[in-house]
Design a protein around this ligand. Structure first.
Ligand code: C2E
Ligand code: CA
Ligand code: CA
Length: 387
């Protein structure tokens, strides 16, 4: 399957008629590819073809397709007033002619989409691609049901006070405990839910579970401690809905504001500065603190530090992940200095060794989070820990 990148731009800019002529031109070119048994427009700017490569080396075929792309593009550019065009092809090698047509098309299509995403002009379908796609499909198709069945659980990762070395608060992290008993980590499904937009309802589910947990403890006369909750970028496109939902939670559960921290990543902030600031004002009106998550992982916000409304800054775990070099220490020291002078509460995540702990505490880190102390744990374990 082959398609033209951003074909709608050609239509928009050069008109529909020219667009159609170009597509017909490409179709003619594809028909002329050696050993082509069949080729046609599949829909819009996507073509489907069958090539007989019996006895040929797939690597050689791939090279041929790639070279043919270049030739076809050159001819289009020579014949039409365009300056730029790219083609993407997904290839599926059909060994067994009994394979259902739907499956063949679907595999070739998946490979074509991957060619587009990775900007490689020819991409071959493979088993790994198949398992990624399967996981995607599984996630998308089972999500709503899983949410209704409460398959999502909140885990807690303690944050330790730099001053007292005691548990000061915890970050709430979601896990998906699937029907078949497997436990899925957020990095494997959140990006997919982010794409589909369904992360929005998952976040509300997590907030609800966290508020409920705090309310239950209060009900039972147990001590509370602050929880940090992650805010996905999607909410900045729907701030009114977000603030309404949070207001409902606050009204319903009546949790004192000092027990809540919302984490917004630096990257989200950089991409939505006005919207994030608007949201921070909403939280500040309610005395709720906001943390800048993964600080230092996006492009530098040093200049914007002076305007940042954040109360807390959470230094990205990658500052510590490679261990502590002398230069790494200098960078952290200066960062701390700057953050202290702008009155930020400093949290470090990804703390894994005693050496890191000693250094961070000496430098005045307010809270530490990481495997050196605890991994994220299920609710029951966390309750036992703080009992
Ligand atoms: P994050 O917000 O940066 O969360 C910290 C992640 O670092 C967690 O991974 C945690 O297990 C891991 N971590 C903690 N200590 C250490 C350490 O010492 N070393 C190393 N190597 N890693 C450590 P987790 O739980 O897999 O979460 C991954 C990401 O998924 C989170 O990164 C966050 O962006 C997102 N996420 C998790 N739960 C939620 C949620 O409920 N809502 C939203 N919107 N995002 C979530
Ligand atoms: Ca976080
Ligand atoms: Ca983080």
């Amino acid at each position: 399957m082959t398609d033209v990148d951003n074909f709608h731009l050609i239509n928009d800019y050069w008109g529909y008629e020219m667009g159609t002529n170009i597509l017909n031109f490409i179709l003619k070119k594809l028909e002329l590819f050696p050993q082509t048994l069949f080729v046609n427009r599949y829909h819009s700017d996507i073509f489907v073809g069958i090539i007989d490569i019996t006895g040929q080396d797939p690597a050689v075929v791939r090279e041929k397709i790639s070279a043919y792309h270049k030739q076809a593009i050159r001819e289009v550019l020579e014949s039409y007033p365009l300056n730029y065009m790219t083609l993407n092809t997904g290839v599926y090698y059909l060994n067994d002619t009994d394979t259902p047509t739907e499956e063949v098309i679907s595999h070739a299509n998946i490979a074509r989409r991957r060619a587009k995403e990775t900007s490689t002009c020819v991409f071959e379908y493979n088993a790994e691609l198949s398992s990624t796609e399967q996981k995607r499909a599984e996630t998308i198709h089972s999500f709503q049901n899983a949410l209704a069945k409460k398959e999502f659980q909140i885990y807690f990762q303690p944050k330790i006070s730099g001053k007292t070395q005691e548990i000061a608060s915890a970050e709430v992290l979601v896990r998906w405990l699937r029907e078949d008993g497997t436990l899925w980590f957020p990095d494997s499904f959140l990006p997919i839910l982010e794409e589909t937009g369904e992360i929005e309802s998952l976040d509300y589910y997590v907030y609800n579970a966290a508020f409920q947990w705090l309310a239950d403890r209060r009900e039972n006369g147990l001590p509370l401690l602050p929880l940090s909750l992650n805010v996905s970028p999607i909410h900045f496109r729907k701030i009114d809905t977000f603030t309404q939902r949070i207001t409902q939670l606050l009204d319903h559960y009546q949790i004192p504001s000092k027990y809540l921290v919302f984490e917004i990543t630096e990257t989200t902030y950089i991409h939505n500065i006005d919207a994030v600031n608007q949201m921070i004002r909403f939280f500040h009106d309610r005395n709720i603190r906001i943390s800048m998550d993964d600080f230092g992982s996006g492009y530098s916000s040093l200049n914007s530090l002076k305007d940042i409304l954040f109360d807390e800054v959470k230094i990205d775990k990658h500052f510590l992940s490679a261990g502590l070099s002398e230069k790494g220490k200098i960078v952290l020291e200066e960062m701390f200095h700057l953050l202290k002078r702008t009155d930020k509460w400093i949290v470090c995540e990804g703390v894994e060794t005693k050496e890191m702990v000693d250094f961070l505490i000496a430098e005045g880190c307010d809270e530490l989070q990481g495997f050196y102390y605890y991994k994220p744990m299920e609710q029951k374990k966390f309750e036992e820990l703080i009992a």
